[in-house]
Design a protein around this ligand. Structure first.
Ligand code: SF4
Length: 401
């Protein structure tokens, strides 16, 4: 691979606000739940070799030349055109981060399962207050850790990383009774300031059966686990973010209002995944024709309108003449109208010349992200979801075949 080509990929990443380091190999952590195990349907990636000092000079110089926007953070640990790995396994990452913080006025957001030296990262957080947003993927500290993250850092190491000012948010999940709630207790004791970000891991079709079993066990016990966290009333902010059906139910009024604002009529066909379908079928059964589309691309238990692909929709189209599509489906990445698997809206339209597709611009990712955060607290889930008897009826709404 020649240097010119590598630089082109690095520049593409930089345009997406990534700090594009590479390990030059697939991720050695081998988490069994990793969504990158088979990402061929997500996006095209390039095998970029291990980042060298020369590559780093190029990356840093390019980023330094760009204007700083206060609201912007540069991502380290989530590339767009290279496979995801834990970039903190690169032996130079910490040194380069320090140089980045020293020689620019830009903020960083970092994702890792904990491959950082606890002293070093906490020292950097003290030296550059407010500049590092550190999202630590704890996943679980309990008995499933070894099974789910065979090469992950030890729970003891993760707790040392948490013990200090560096970690802004720790994410971990329910895998059955006394998993998520127990982790919340342990983490809050070590760090009472970081945000606790909880929920379930969604099994996709690519995961093995044992991982799927454990994640489903987690979902089954989520109400109990969340109530325990709620009752403990920790000083940390506690959020629950990963279940799209909960988000849809909690934001049902906004969903009705947005649909009304889109001026849709009863005869109109509107595309949606199961989360929104259940809400509308239960509370507004005849507002329009709801075209339920399963998340077949991702498979498993995924159930989210944002993550639908054009191929998923294509499978469900029949004799419709006009079909309304939420804008959120085509905000995959960059400035083009693409779905999460990188397929273009214009190519999809060409496949169905007899159908007129209309875009619901108000159903966009800025609105859905806003709502996700607004009602994404454990308190919302316990009080407004579990505490509302209608949630059982909502969960029982059958999805069409
Ligand atoms: S550390 Fe991240 S990228 Fe690596 S296997 Fe685990 S989840 Fe996947």
């Amino acid at each position: 691979m020649d240097q010119e080509f590598i630089n082109q990929i690095l520049l593409k990443e930089i345009r997406e606000r990534k700090i594009p380091l590479s390990l030059g190999k697939t991720c050695p952590v081998k988490c069994t739940f990793c969504y990158e195990k088979d990402h061929s349907y997500f996006r095209k990636t390039y095998d970029i070799p291990l980042t060298t000092e020369e590559n780093w000079r190029f990356i840093l110089k390019t980023i330094q030349s760009l204007p700083t926007k206060p609201s912007e953070s540069w991502v380290i640990g989530g590339n767009e055109y290279m496979e995801w790995t834990d970039l903190f396994l690169h032996p130079r990452t910490m040194t380069w981060i320090e140089e980045f913080l020293e020689t620019t006025d830009k903020n960083i957001i970092m994702f890792t399962v904990g491959y950082v030296d606890p002293q070093n990262i906490n020292r950097l957080a003290e030296k550059y207050p407010g500049r590092i947003n550190f999202e630590l993927s704890v996943i679980t500290l309990g008995k499933y850790r070894k099974q789910l993250m065979p090469n992950g850092p030890s729970a003891e190491h993760v707790l040392k990383v948490l013990d200090g000012p560096a970690v802004t948010s720790a994410n971990f999940y329910s895998f059955g009774p006394n998993t998520m709630s127990e982790d919340a207790r342990i983490i809050s004791k070590v760090n009472s300031k970081c945000l606790l970000w909880m929920g379930c891991l969604t099994p996709l079709k690519t995961l093995d059966s044992e991982t799927t079993r454990v994640t489903r066990l987690g979902r089954e016990h989520l109400p109990y686990e969340a109530k325990k966290v709620y009752d403990a009333n920790y000083p940390n902010i506690t959020m629950l973010h990963t279940e799209s059906y909960i988000t849809a139910f909690l934001n049902r009024k906004k969903i009705f209002k947005t649909l009304d604002a889109c001026e849709i009529e009863k005869k109109d066909t509107v595309v949606m995944a199961g989360n929104v379908y259940r809400v509308l079928k239960l509370f507004r059964p005849n507002r329009a024709k709801y075209l339920y589309v399963p998340n077949a691309t991702l498979g498993g238990d995924s159930d989210c309108t944002t993550l639908l692909t054009f191929n998923d929709i294509a499978e469900r189209l029949t004799d419709q003449r006009v079909v309304y599509l939420p804008k959120v489906i085509m905000e995959g990445s960059g400035n083009q109208e693409k779905d999460i698997s990188g397929n273009l809206f214009e190519d999809f339209q060409e496949r169905f010349p007899r159908i007129r597709f209309k875009v619901l611009h108000k159903v966009n990712s800025s609105m859905s992200n806003k709502k996700l955060y607004e009602k994404g607290y454990v308190k919302n889930y316990v009080e407004d979801y579990l505490g509302n008897p209608l949630h059982k009826k909502f969960e029982a709404v059958a999805l069409p075949n």
